[in-house]
Design a protein around this ligand. Sequence first.
Ligand SMILES: [Zn+2]
Length: 402
Amino acid sequence: MLRTAMIAAALLASPALAAPDKALLAAARAEAPRVTETLEKLVNIETGAGDAEGLAAAATYLEGRLAALGATTQLIQPLPGTVGDVLVARMAGTGRGNLLLIGHRDTVYQRGALARSPFRVEGPRAYGPGIADDKGGLAVILHALALLAPRDFKTLTIAINPDEETGSKGTGAIITELARGKDAVLSFEPTGMPETLLRGTSGTNTVLVTITGKAAHAGIVPEQGINALVEAAEVIRKTKDLDLGPGKRRFNWTVISQERPVRNIIPDTVVLSGDLRTASPAETDDFRADISARLAVPTLAGALVKVEVRVNRPAFTATPASNRLIERARAIYADLGATIGVEERWGGGTDAGYASLSGVPVIESLGLPGHGYHTGGAEYVLLDAVPRRLYLTAELIRQLGR
Ligand SMILES: [Zn+2]
């Protein structure tokens, strides 16, 4: 997940203060050095998206760690085309809450990035490819689980996606299914500095318009043809104002393709592709209805225009129940004397979108505060935030799970 500084963090009024749980805080502090060791181990297994060997090695390592915490583990095969399995771990307790924790083990860095930027600690920062996004999130999950007792939850399900960075096409439905029936989903994407929680992520969609005309010799009988390229130009003209601008629905045509591009033939098939970003499934539906209405009647007689809007990754929009999770998290931070902000919506997408399709409340950005995601050599996490991040997750699980 990439976070830009464009979105200002909104700091809301602080909730009422209570004393932190001293024993939990002491345990979180004692656990923190082991988080650094885990970060080193995770960073040292390169797991670029599509790296079958690395993703499998990381799954084996994480399976061992989760089994040592008392979980049973399972590898779920995603849809064809996805490299790596979804690692699912389950823990049973004696409490009441059923929670799903999600993170991902793939990174945007291909093999070799580690040699250029090895794991290292410099002052309060630990550096390495993918250390914030999302190896820090996985480390928080592992070490927060170590702070819990059986009475803190009824069931915990942990899902570690091998393919988040390329859009979770083959794994998203698994995450939605795992979320169904749970009381809450905790998502461990990294946070920024200052630390914030997200009230929304963007949905990503592909818009495909297929224009079918009729081929004819361009020099001898062009009038017998129906020019799909000319109709495509009309489609662009009729839809260019569907982009609503910064902070709103974004829609832009990005690719035009022809099946048989030949200069002396009137083209009979053209496909236009566009990139659509939306804030909710309803907004995607509205867009679909809008563009379909505008293109219902082709400009050229005899042309056929087919519109398709494919949802790649659904948006996450905090529901009232999700907002209550955010307020809970902010209250836990306030007990520690710390503050955590709230971002309204971020331009990228995360698996929170798939989780939220279940209707279960989701809280996003419980990983480590970091910087430089998706940039190469400069990705780091803030180690001095580790105790409060562990405390936050463990206390959140206790409040929801007991
Ligand atoms: Zn991520």
